[in-house]
Design a protein around this ligand. Structure first.
Ligand code: 9MR
Length: 568
């Protein structure tokens, strides 16, 4: 009856903008009318008809769409399907994703290494500092003349990468690129986001202050002697499921590598631009970043074949290192990204011509090992500020963005959940939530930087992917901890497991649905092998329920961008 909660009604559990599209998806055989009703189930405010059935191309299951886009009155509601039940309650109002945006940025604060999280900022998740990283050993794989193996360096700050306590340059690359891009793309919007962090009272947007926590760590990962960048700062093996301050194993920086150097160069070049207006707050920092970027680039030019290979490293050096690999044998996209960032920041054409920025007509959705398209975002953003050589290619850049966005939205209106995410079962990889987020960002860039007649639909489907992340999906979960009614309670996240608090640390995006998760993490309890449903809210499920900075960043960007654009 209408009195019962039905998990077959899937929707964004947070809510909707008054003038944007508003959709719930009903899984199963229910058909006919649906209603929008006040949460006390007393007052029907809107009645509609479920769409014709559609078949989920992955599971074969039937879905129908409840479209209440025409209803624009702010308030709290549930969707009722007579005979089936009601949905979780949600809001219709402007700013509806503001708390989500702030919460997802705050998620990074909870990942900070080397600082006490105080109750005034962290509430019940306050905890003592862990991993100060002021005494870090040079691993034999990273030894150089000036820094022989066993040398102690200081490499403090930074965020824990994920559910584990290590710090990885490659993954910091796309994460920082995404957050810095948000600062460049929506400067006025980020100015007014208060996340209640120790730096909140300064003149700098909180999201930039937060990013600086990691930026300052990244700067310490460059060997000042040659400009090379260590691949990661890590324990030899993963910590147990203990609090950060209890995890005191030796810490090492290991092997320099080409993808680390180029991702570092890209981030530092971009940071040089973003920090330029803040020379009073951070004297010299912008220039230091650009100088670091140039040095890393020079190292990359001299060492193009130094790929990070953990197995090979372990065959040569002790101790063995078994933490996250972030290995990527193809650095062509990292070259493109670094070249573009350095070119836009320095306006030096030599960076533009150093690599072929358009080796083919592909525009891949960004992910940690595939950063090519971040270069196109940056060129498009710089637009008419580019030098002549870049300006001449602007139509080509826009063509890339249009093709990418058009291919994303193509067929999305027929997808079972009417989302771009999940058109193909291939979307359901490890960390698929970031796939949804990065597709959404791609659509936002298409909306901002092209003249495509489909621009309005790009924006609509970017919002659709945010709806996906917050509940309109085949699992019924809102994947952001602490936001929504059905949301991960047991993420693979050491502090959340070890802190003795029932609620997980909030504002962290679960990696989400992963078709191969059961085989990858061997956690007990998976109940299905249907690609778009393989997700397990258990802390042993690191392949479907870990959290990670490179997944949180697109969540932040997408929610913030849609808030800034307000969809109407
Ligand atoms: O996000 C990474 C994913 O793309 C890989 O398939 C997976 C297995 O190699 O590793 C993921 O990254 C993990 C990293 O190696 C260590 N920290 C946790 C990361 C998220 O699970």
């Amino acid at each position: 009856s209408a009195q019962a909660l039905s998990e077959a009604i899937r929707l964004n559990q947070i809510g909707f903008y008054p003038n944007a599209s508003k959709i719930a998806v009903v899984v199963g055989e229910a058909q006919g009318k649906f209603q929008l009703v006040t949460p006390d189930l007393k007052k029907v405010v809107f009645t509609g008809t479920l769409s014709a059935p559609r078949q989920n191309a992955i599971s074969g299951k039937t879905t129908r769409i409840a479209d209440f886009s025409g209803f624009t009155k702010s308030g709290s509601y549930v969707v009722v399907v007579p005979g089936l039940g009601h949905s979780y309650s949600f809001d219709i109002r402007s700013d509806v994703h503001r708390a989500v945006t702030i919460g997802a940025i705050k998620g990074f604060y909870y990942q900070r290494t080397g600082i006490d999280l105080l109750p005034i900022y962290a509430g019940q998740w306050a905890r003592p500092a862990g991993h100060p990283d002021t005494r870090v050993l040079i691993h034999p794989s990273a030894a150089s003349e000036g820094r022989p193996a066993g040398t102690v360096i200081s490499s403090p700050r930074g965020w824990f990468d994920a559910g584990d306590y290590n710090k990885y340059i490659v993954n910091s690359g796309i994460t920082m690129g995404t957050l810095l891009s948000l600062c460049e793309d929506f400067p006025d919007y980020v100015k007014n986001l208060d996340t209640n962090i120790p730096e909140s009272s300064n003149k700098v947007p909180d999201v930039l202050d937060e990013a600086l926590w990691n930026l300052r760590w990244m700067l310490t990962m460059q060997d000042p002697a040659d400009g090379g960048v260590y691949h990661k700062l890590t324990n030899p093996s993963f910590d147990g499921m203990i609090m950060p301050d209890k995890a005191t194993k030796d810490r090492y920086v290991v092997a320099k590598g080409i993808t680390a150097a180029l991702d570092f160069a890209a981030v530092m070049a971009q940071a040089g631009r973003v920090l330029k207006p803040y020379s009073r707050e951070f004297p010299g920092l912008s220039d230091s970043c650009v100088a670091a970027a140039k040095k890393a680039w020079a190292w990359a030019k001299a060492n193009p074949d130094v790929a990070y290979n953990q197995r090979e490293m372990n065959s040569k050096f002790d101790p063995d290192v078994t933490t996250g690999g972030y290995e990527d044998r193809n650095a062509s996209d990292e070259w493109i990204w670094a070249a573009a960032e350095l070119y836009v920041t320095t306006k030096d054409d030599a960076y533009y011509t150093a690599v072929n920025l358009f080796p083919d007509n592909r525009t891949p959705i960004p992910s940690w090992p595939q950063v090519r398209t971040l270069a196109y975002y940056t060129l498009a953003r710089a637009g008419n500020n580019l030098t002549a050589i870049g300006k001449k290619d602007l139509p080509l850049v826009k063509q890339h963005l249009t093709t990418m966005a058009d291919s994303l939205i193509s067929g999305a209106d027929r997808q079972a959940f009417q989302t771009v995410m999940g058109k193909s079962a291939r979307d359901y990889i490890w960390g698929s939530s970031s796939e949804a987020g990065n597709q959404g960002i791609a659509l936002i860039q298409g909306y901002r930087f092209t003249d495509s007649p489909n621009r309005a639909r790009y924006l609509q489907y970017a919002l659709g992917n945010l709806d996906y992340l917050l509940g309109r999906n085949a699992t019924g979960y809102s994947f952001l901890t602490g936001f929504g009614d059905k949301t991960p309670m047991h993420p693979h996240h050491r502090p959340s497991v070890a802190d003795g608090i029932e609620a997980p640390v909030p504002g962290l995006l679960s990696g989400g649905t992963n078709a191969n998760a059961a085989r990858q993490d061997k956690c007990a309890g998976y109940t299905t092998t249907v690609a778009d449903e393989v997700y397990l809210d258990a802390d042993c499920s690191y392949a479907s329920n870990e959290i990670a900075i490179n997944w949180n960043a697109p969540m932040v960007y997408l929610a913030a961008a849609l808030e800034a654009l307000q969809m109407d």
